[in-house]
Design a protein around this ligand. Structure first.
Ligand code: GDP
Length: 445
């Protein structure tokens, strides 16, 4: 499993703390990681190059504000650029035409054209209250015509019959004529699939386009298509004046880099995403969510927020995963929590953000003393053996005396630390994985 961009960058981030600016020197390594992440997500190489150049331009000289490191600042820039690239433009279906508005569906065989045609029909009926007719101009596969008939019925739209002996252009014209005479608002025209780019078929679809003058020409593309998506998109873009993209099968496990490639090559907006095989599995495309996926970050927005607050995201995630897998929160984790808290702008800011119970314990304690306490806690844990940190239950009187001596504190200080640790452990048990990020967010914000 490829590591996420956050993992990659946080590794670099560690080596770059304290640098105030993104410079030619420090940006190269970071951009290499971004490039790898995009390639792993199957974004086409030329698109990656362009994207990286744009990010670099935006990043160079960018002030690294507050406690951010250059790496953290860059995650933000990459995310914003990715979202902007995939999200520009309008994203609902344009029906601004003398009815019936014709929508032409184009794409490779198996991309999901027929399924999407029915999904769109349902969308237009339910969300836009339109009267919708579908027709298939796929005269090469009688099964395709039958398939459209079946799914159209499921969508609650009407279907216009066609037969393999007709010419595609004649079918389209007849359907348009029928739609006009029966006052349909929209005619959805499904076209012949092609397994690969095929000149004769490209010519045919261009002629179809000319014959019906669609208000929308949608390029349907499989999110799992990977590197090749760019060539397909280019060919369709040359044959047809595309107006939008539908990205199908986003429920699969690809990272969906095709979205970025196709968006860049065609220059038209991604309007919808297919999210299941079912007839209602169509959603308006959400660029920021998809950006997170391309970068390999489940919830990038939350992550970048955490990063920008100075929380060590990689450490937090590791802990979350550890707790989820049923492992115990041990003293090593406690130590890392303590040092995180120190990073988050000192204890003064932290105290009122801690869960009330813990804050009350801290009471009105003078903050300087609190800072000293934290250093002492770190000292105590550092005096323990790795085994003791993993298994605090081993800590009986003799070991406690040894540790206290090592850290230059009293045995009751060791006991106090163990108490605090147990409280934290109890909290962690309650929160498990998911709640952890929330807690960190509360403390950081
Ligand atoms: P066409 O040849 O372009 O018309 O493609 P089809 O509409 O026949 O779809 C090909 C296959 O992909 C079918 O098995 C569909 O059920 C499936 N499919 C289409 N869209 C989606 C989607 O968004 N998610 C999933 N999981 N499957 C899809």
């Amino acid at each position: 499993m490829a590591s996420t961009l956050t993992d990659r960058l946080s590794r670099l981030v560690k080596t770059m703390r304290g640098q105030a600016r993104i410079t030619e020197d420090n940006v190269q390594d970071m951009l290499r990681e971004v490039r790898m992440a995009l390639l792993e997500a199957d974004v086409a190489l030329p698109v990656v190059r362009d994207f990286i150049a744009r990010v670099k331009e935006k990043a160079l000289g960018a002030e690294v504000v507050g406690s951010l490191s250059p790496g953290q600042a860059l995650v933000g820039i990459v995310n914003r650029e990715l979202t902007a690239t995939m999200g520009e433009g309008v994203s609902d279906i344009n029906l601004a035409a003398q009815p019936p508005a014709v929508i032409l569906m184009a794409g490779l065989q198996g991309a999901g054209k027929t399924t999407t045609t029915a999904k769109l029909a349902k969308h237009l009926i339910e969300k836009r209250k339109k009267k919708v007719l579908t027709v298939s101009a796929d005269v090469y596969r009688p099964a395709a015509i039958e398939q459209l008939k079946t799914v159209t019925k499921q969508a609650g739209a009407e279907w216009f019959p066609s037969t393999p002996t007709d010419k595609p252009v004649d079918i389209a014209r007849a359907a348009l004529d029928h739609a006009r005479r029966h006052y349909f608002d929209v005619l959805l025209l499904d076209t012949a699939g092609r397994l690969a780019i095929d000149e004769a078929l490209m010519k045919e679809i261009a002629e179809l386009h000319k014959a019906v003058d669609p208000v929308e020409t949608l390029f349907v593309v499989d999110a799992m298509q990977g590197q090749d998506a760019i060539n397909t998109a280019r060919a369709f873009k040359e044959a047809l004046p595309l107006t939008g993209i539908v990205l199908t099968k986003t429920d699969g496990d690809s990272r969906g880099g095709a979205a970025l490639s196709v968006r860049q090559v065609t220059g038209v907006p991604i309007k919808f995403a297919g999210v299941s095989e079912k007839i209602d599995g169509l959603e308006v495309f959400d660029a920021s969510r998809h950006a997170g996926r391309v970068l390999g970050m489940g919830d990038i927005v939350a992550l970048v927020e955490e990063v920008q607050k100075g929380v060590d995201v990689a450490a937090a995630q590791k802990l979350a995963e550890k707790l989820k897998s049923g492992d115990n929160f041990d003293l090593n984790d406690f130590l890392s929590q303590i040092s995180q808290m120190k990073k988050m702008g000192g204890l003064a800011g932290l105290m009122d953000k801690l869960p009330t119970q813990m804050a009350a314990k801290a009471g009105q304690a003078d903050m300087d003393r609190a800072e000293r306490d934290v250093r002492r806690m770190e000292g105590i844990i550092n005096s323990m053996t790795p085994l003791e940190r993993r298994k605090p239950e081993l800590l009986k009187a003799t070991r406690k005396r040894r540790i206290a001596a090592g850290a230059g504190v009293q045995v009751q200080d060791v006991n106090r630390l163990l108490n605090q640790f147990e409280q934290m452990q109890g909290m962690m048990k309650k929160m498990k994985g998911g709640g952890l990020m929330k807690m960190m967010k509360r403390m950081g914000g």
